[in-house]
Design a protein around this ligand. Structure first.
Ligand SMILES: Nc1ncnc2c1ncn2[C@@H]1O[C@H](COP(=O)(O)OP(=O)(O)OP(=O)(O)O)[C@@H](O)[C@H]1O
Ligand SMILES: [Mn+2]
Length: 270
């Protein structure tokens, strides 16, 4: 007799580790009790107090993104190794884990998203707050109309030296930080205006209305995009800042680091 286990069992036969994406406590406990099994928990927070945990900046809606970015962090932290066979368990159709994917960890297909958060000059919380703000702005627009916005995060002194004001800086004497609810309202209001927001490593809004003049040559940007993305990408080659860009024309949020496009997300998916 051949049972279903014989067939589906191949999915998790001789895996090096099990990777659980945002498991519930009781689900995690059941795995923790299995002998000789390496369990890695991935999620936006370590709600189950797992010994081995990899933090995701966002709960990626697309399962392929979620697994890819989770494994990138796991490789980066050295909790899985290149070539490891992994059983990745996550939820797709419900809040509970309902799906298992067998995936091989591949160090060569790193996108750099994990680096974007963990190895940027700016505080990971600041990067995350700006990314969330851009996604929210992309979802809602400004009074129902699509808006674009450009945020340059980290290495602010150098970025200020490679840019100039388009108008008076409304943040001149203020000491406000991204993530404060009131500041997010202000940033959304000001997103109608031209130019870039400059944000420090610690999240202080240094300036709005900055026109970027990077000395780096142009960078590769997706077709159909123009000056905002070009300037945002290029300044990250010139400085240790990252750029988070919301496109008015296609509605996507993109992140650049060291002149490379690292991340592309559709706000509608969040
Ligand atoms: N060098 C720059 N520094 C700061 N802001 C800029 C710069 N160049 C353009 N922008 C801003 O980007 C806006 C849109 O420009 P443009 O349409 O060329 O960019 P884009 O990359 O196509 O972005 P979108 O997809 O939002 O249209 C401009 O109105 C201006 O506010
Ligand atoms: Mn444009």
């Amino acid at each position: 007799m051949v049972g279903l286990d014989d067939v589906f069992g191949d999915l998790f036969a001789s895996v090096d580790s099990v990777v659980l994406f945002s498991p519930s406590g009781s689900y995690y406990e059941r795995f923790a009790a299995v002998d000789d099994l390496d369990v890695v928990v991935v999620g936006t927070e370590n709600a189950v107090g797992a010994e081995t945990f990899v933090e995701l900046p966002l709960e990626f809606e697309e399962i392929t993104d979620r697994i890819r970015f989770g494994l990138e962090g796991a490789l980066e932290q050295g909790v899985v190794e290149d070539g490891d066979a992994l059983a990745c368990a996550t939820s797709v159709f419900s809040d509970e884990i309902d799906t298992v994917s067998r995936v091989r960890a591949d160090a060569e297909t790193q996108t750099g998203i994990y680096d974007l958060f963990v190895k940027s000059r700016a505080d990971p919380e600041v990067v995350k707050a700006v990314l969330e703000l851009a996604i929210e702005l992309g979802k809602k627009g400004q009074k129902g109309k699509p808006v674009g916005a450009l945020f340059i995060v980290g290495d602010a002194g150098k970025v200020m030296n490679k840019s100039r004001p388009l108008s008076y800086n409304p943040f001149e004497k203020s000491h406000v930080h991204v993530g404060d609810p009131i500041v997010n309202v202000m940033l959304k209001e000001f997103s109608r205006l031209d130019g870039a927001f400059i944000i420090s490593d610690a999240g202080k809004i240094v300036s709005a209305y900055r026109y970027l003049e990077p000395s780096a040559e142009g960078v590769d940007i997706p077709k159909g995009l123009g000056a905002r993305h070009m300037a945002g990408g290029a300044i990250t080659r010139d400085t240790n800042a990252i750029a988070i860009v919301l496109s008015e024309s296609d509605g996507l949020v993109r992140a650049f680091k060291a002149g490379e496009l690292i991340l592309e997300v559709d706000p509608e998916a969040y």
